[in-house]
Every structure is written in structure tokens, then in C-alpha cells.
Write a protein that binds this ligand. Structure first.
Ligand code: PLP
Length: 399
């Protein structure tokens, strides 16, 4: 008899989680890790200070399962200010990261066989969270020719009587695609017709957008979808707070109540100290997200240019986020100096890791091949070294 649950058979270990690696410019000749989803910037000082103060003031006990009221009120204010959407604190919950928010939502709503539409390339955890909750992911491919965005007609074709949710993620991980107001309006016009389908809008990269690109979330564009949209957001990406584990959600009260019920029997409240740090992040000085975005733009320009200069590689300029998603199909069928055949993007990424010590994530993890994801979450110097290694690796591949 197998001791482990059958549900594990369908899920995989995420290949984007960080390892304990300290990369500095001194040990640059070691492996360069560009596979993680967290920036090198430290959490801003005012946020760390708020955590110290919380500890000093004894804010070290359990809180309400769904988070401290002050933080939920601050989240409501953020949605009003940034997205022109009105929520009451009882429509909001705080969790241990956006990941837990999504997990709660799926556990609270999916029955075996329920379908959830996700758009590939997608964030690695979506399909497995859906499967863990008993649902079936239904994938729509969003091709590079369409800037990795969905064709709204494809949504309609994928809807069945079992469809319960559709996930949207803009700016997107891994492609950086941002849906414009008009594009969201077109998606909304389809979804308005299907009254039983809920929308999970994962807006975690909201603040990291480049150039003229503006951020909109679905209910802001079509208020008719307000009741059926769960907004998912958090402080991990916007304030370099990945380790603090605070995410939050806003949506209709019945959905939020059931998500709170799930959380009440799993983790209870997210860390009290982190909640006070997140409160400072959301309500305090907002210069960090602007500063980080400026740095990301510089890094992104460098990486896109260096990758596009490599014969055979093609890299689209992302609209936001901190990833690029280059095409590596021209290297398939080639061999390395050691005779290893590159059959797919997995082999390509493995070759770069083993022979050139650059860690990337292959496109198959995001549901679209042959691509790879590179996170530009480190200094320009290290990124230059990484791109030079990728260049050398590509040049060494032969027919
Ligand atoms: N959603 C997307 C698209 C992400 O890329 C990530 C993290 O990589 C998350 C959600 C989870 O964020 P958190 O750290 O808040 O759990």
C-alpha cells in the first residue's frame, strides 16, 4: 500500500523556488541563479522598522484569522486609490502570501472534475493548486505572435458546463504581458455572458510596469464582473517582501468567508509581525516601488539587447514584471561539445546549467515551449556575465 496520498501523483515540485545561495559579485564565477522570482533588493528600512516596533509593542500573538482590521482597512484604501474599486474590510482577507490566497480560493470552491481555465504561459503553481483542490486545469495557449495574450474567442471555446473559474495574470509571470483597458474590455464582454464563472485576477506585479503601459484590473474595466472577480495581490513583489509572506484578496463576502474558513483550519492568521510590516508597506512611503521599477527597466533593456544579439535567440521586450521569456527553438536538434542532443527547452536549460552555470527555468514549466524564463533580479554586472555565458553556450551548439 502506498502511504502517500493519490493527489500527489498529479503534482510536481516547483522549479522556481529559491535555494539558499548567496550570489555576490565576488563569487560571480559560480553558478548564476536567474531562476527565482524574487529581486535582490532588501526590504525597505521603514518596513523593517515597523516590524521591530510591532515586536516591541507585543504584537506577537494570534490575530483574527483573516488579518488585523487595520491592515484590511488599508487594503480597502489601496483598492480605492489605485484601482477605483470600493471594498469593505469584510470583503478582504490576508493570507501567508498570494499563493495561499489562491489555494484558499480553490479549496473553498472546487469539487472533483470542476474546470479552471488558465492562460499559458502561466505561473507555475496554478495547475498544481487547482489539481490539489480536486479541479482540472484547462489550458489556453497565448502565442508569442499575439504578444502572449489570449484571443478572447479562445476563452469562449474553452468554456464548458464544468468551468468554474478563469485565471488572469497581468503583468504576467513569465512573459511580462500587460492587458490594456481595451483588451480587458473584450475579455469582459465574453465573461459577462457566463454568469456562473468566477474570475481570479492575480495582480501581484501591478506596480512593476514599463514605459507607457498602464495597469487595469478586470472589475475596474467592467463593473458588471465585480461580484464574480477575486482580486489577488500582495506585498512580495512590490516591496521586496517575498520572505514576509503576506498576500491579500478582495471579493464577494460569501467567497471570502469560505476562504477564511479554509485558512482557519490550515495556517490561521499570517504572521502578526509581517502583517504590521505589510501595513507600513501599503500605507507608508511609496518611493521603493518606483525605485525598483527604474532599476528593473535598466536591467531589462540590457538583458533584452544582449539576448537578441545572440544569433538564434529571440527575446520580446516585456511590458512589466521582472522576467523575460526568450524563444530557444532554433537550438533544438543541435548538439553540445559533449555530444548531448538538445531535444527540447528542458535540455537547453539543463545544458546551460551544467556546462555554463546559469540557472534558468524551461518553458515547459509554464505550459509553453520552446522558451525559457530568465529573471533579471540581480545586478547589471552579474546579468552581463550571465548573458555572455548564454551567448557562449549557444555558439558552442552545432548541427
Ligand atoms: N502569483 C504570481 C503570478 C507569482 O509569480 C507569484 C510568485 O512568484 C505569486 C502569485 C505568489 O506570491 P506570494 O509570494 O505572495 O505567495
Amino acid at each position: 500500500m502506498n502511504f502517500f496520498a493519490r493527489r500527489l501523483a498529479k503534482i510536481q515540485k516547483p522549479s522556481t523556488l529559491p535555494v539558499d545561495n548567496i550570489l555576490t559579485e565576488e563569487n560571480i564565477y559560480n553558478t548564476i541563479f536567474l531562476n527565482c522570482g524574487e529581486p535582490d533588493f532588501d526590504t525597505p528600512g521603514n518596513i523593517k522598522q515597523a516590524a521591530h516596533i510591532a515586536i516591541k509593542n507585543g504584537k506577537t500573538k494570534y490575530t483574527a484569522v483573516d488579518g488585523v482590521y487595520e491592515l484590511k482597512k488599508a487594503v480597502c484604501k489601496k483598492f480605492k486609490q489605485d484601482n477605483d474599486l470600493t471594498y469593505c474590510p469584510d470583503q478582504v482577507m490576508v493570507s501567508s502570501g498570494a499563493k495561499q490566497v489562491i489555494y484558499n480560493a480553490m479549496m473553498a470552491t472546487l469539487n472533483p472534475g470542476d474546470e479552471v481555465i488558465i492562460l499559458a504561459p502561466y505561473w507555475i503553481s496554478y495547475p498544481d493548486i487547482i489539481r490539489l483542490a480536486g479541479g482540472e486545469p484547462v489550458i489556453i495557449n497565448c502565442l508569442e505572435q499575439n504578444n502572449f495574450k489570449v484571443n478572447p474567442q479562445d476563452i469562449e471555446k474553452s468554456i464548458t458546463s464544468k468551468t468554474k473559474w478563469i485565471f488572469l495574470n497581468s503583468p504576467n509571470n513569465p512573459t511580462g504581458a500587460i492587458y490594456s483597458y481595451q483588451e480587458l474590455k473584450e475579455i469582459a464582454s465574453i465573461l459577462l455572458k457566463y454568469k456562473n464563472i468566477y474570475i481570479l485576477s492575480d495582480d501581484i506585479y501591478e506596480y512593476i510596469k514599463f514605459g507607457e503601459h498602464r495597469f487595469f484590473t478586470l472589475p475596474q474595466v467592467e463593473f458588471g464582473l465585480y461580484d464574480r472577480t477575486l482580486l489577488v495581490n500582495g506585498v512580495s513583489k512590490s516591496y521586496s517582501m517575498t520572505g514576509w509572506r503576506i498576500g491579500y484578496a478582495a471579493g464577494n463576502k460569501a467567497l471570502i468567508d469560505n476562504m477564511i474558513l479554509i485558512q482557519s483550519h490550515s495556517t490561521s492568521n499570517p504572521s502578526t509581525i509581517s502583517q504590521y510590516a505589510a501595513l507600513e508597506a501599503i500605507t507608508g512611503d511609496q518611493s521603493y516601488p518606483r525605485y525598483a521599477t527604474e532599476q528593473f527597466i535598466q536591467r531589462c533593456k540590457l538583458v533584452v539587447q544582449m539576448l537578441n544579439d545572440i544569433p538564434g535567440l529571440r527575446c520580446r521586450f516585456p511590458e512589466g514584471g521582472y522576467y523575460v521569456y526568450p524563444y530557444c527553438g532554433n537550438f533544438l536538434g543541435k548538439r553540445s561539445c559533449n555530444g548531448k542532443l538538445i531535444k527540447d527547452d528542458r535540455d537547453f536549460v539543463e545544458y546551460l546549467s551544467k556546462d555554463y552555470k546559469v540557472e534558468l527555468v524551461s518553458g515547459n514549466n509554464f505550459g509553453m515551449s520552446p522558451y525559457f524564463r530568465l529573471s533579471f533580479v540581480t545586478t547589471l554586472t552579474i546579468l552581463i556575465e550571465a548573458c555572455q555565458r548564454i551567448r557562449a553556450a549557444c555558439a558552442a551548439l552545432a548541427e
